[in-house]
Ligand binder design. Structure first.
Ligand code: MRU
Length: 342
């Protein structure tokens, strides 16, 4: 089932913030509502954020009742900048928006701009599903019978249109008969692992156990994990990977225990211009750390560090699984070779 759908002028998205207890579908009618849903992480996961933003742009254009194409272009550009700023770390957001802007470059009429924006959003959404299936197929190369795979955050059908990236590989491997076992980290502070990955794994019938993030070293030291597989929000041409906070810790632990560490992501997550120190790391509200389930769990007025992502350096990564194949180190040399591969 798709986690996002456009029907009769309304964008329907499964509200991740309400899972696993309630399956609530958001009904979004303009770019502002889409932006709020992304900011509040009702829609999350880098690829899904990109798809939602593309639809958000189309919704905003469709609302325009005037006849002036230049005015509509101005609205679209302003909306683009706003949408791009909502969650800055994931590359897919600006990638999708730039793709939509390119699609209307040669459109001179209001109706043409509206039509092209919606078509492009639909295309990006459909391609996301196809791409994930290709990533899953390529990922089968690294998944063996008996694997005990640790995964972090949620990289499944809830962070993409369908299937997912790292979790998509796990799902397809299981469906193809690989007897695997998953260890899912809870993923503090927002518990995407406990709430979303556990929900998906249970639904697919894949055997798994849930751990607190701080237990990762213990489970690795006890031989309970033989592979780590995570997603990505931005991958640089150097092979640096920005992903959910805690990924770097897992990569360092995996290196220490000699456990292969894999990243799965589509090419829309790759950024060929930014340097590692320039990656914008989203800092989120202190309440996510000071509160648990709505209750203050620390002293009042405590200062907090709450980065949503961290950056894993290439020397800790065994391979990057993409729709074009599995990229191995040295990444600076090998990533460019994959760019034009079909
Ligand atoms: O803050 P989130 O939940 O949007 O972070 C999600 C991740 O870090 C995922 O690993 C990444 O976006 C890939 S989702 C297919």
């Amino acid at each position: 089932m798709r986690s996002i759908m456009f029907k009769n002028g309304v964008l329907y998205a499964l509200d991740s913030s309400r899972l696993p207890h309630r399956e609530v579908w958001l009904k979004l009618r303009n770019a502002n509502q889409v932006a709020s849903a992304i900011r509040e992480m009702r829609i999350r996961g880098a690829p899904l954020i990109g798809v939602a933003a593309a639809y958000g742009l189309a919704l905003e254009a469709l609302k325009y009742r005037g006849k002036d194409a230049n005015r509509l272009r101005e609205i679209v550009l302003k909306t683009s900048e706003y949408l791009k700023s909502v969650r800055p770390t994931g590359r897919n957001l600006s990638w999708a928006i730039d793709r939509c802007l390119k699609a209307i470059e040669k459109e001179g009429a209001v109706d043409g701009i509206k039509k092209r924006l919606l078509e492009e959003a639909e295309k990006i959404a459909n391609e996301d599903v196809e791409t994930n299936l290709k990533i899953a197929k390529n990922g089968l190369e690294i998944i063996m019978d008996g694997d005990k795979i640790l995964t972090h955050c949620n990289t499944g059908g809830l962070g993409t249109v369908e299937y997912g990236t790292a979790l998509g590989i796990i799902r397809v491997a299981w469906e193809k008969g690989r007897r695997i076992f998953v260890i899912a980290t809870e993923t503090r502070p927002l518990l995407q692992g406990a709430r979303l990955t556990a929900w998906e794994l249970k639904k697919y019938g894949i055997p798994f156990k849930l751990i607190c993030d701080s237990m990762a070293g213990y489970v690795m030291s006890m031989g309970m994990v033989n592979k780590v597989l995570v997603g990505a929000d931005r991958i640089l041409s150097t092979g640096h990977v920005a992903n959910k906070i805690g990924t770097l810790t897992l990569a360092i632990l995996a290196k220490h225990y000699g456990i292969p560490f894999y990243v799965a992501a589509p090419f829309s997550t790759f950024d060929f211009t930014t340097k590692p120190q320039e990656i914008p790391i989203e800092e989120r509200s202190p309440e996510e750390v000071t509160h648990f389930a709505g209750r203050l769990v620390t002293v009042k007025d405590v200062e907090v560090i709450n980065p949503a992502f961290d950056i894993t350096p290439p020397e800790l990564i065994s391979g990057i699984i993409t729709e074009k194949g599995v990229i191995r180190p040295p990444y600076s040399e090998n990533i460019p070779k994959f760019i034009n591969k079909s």
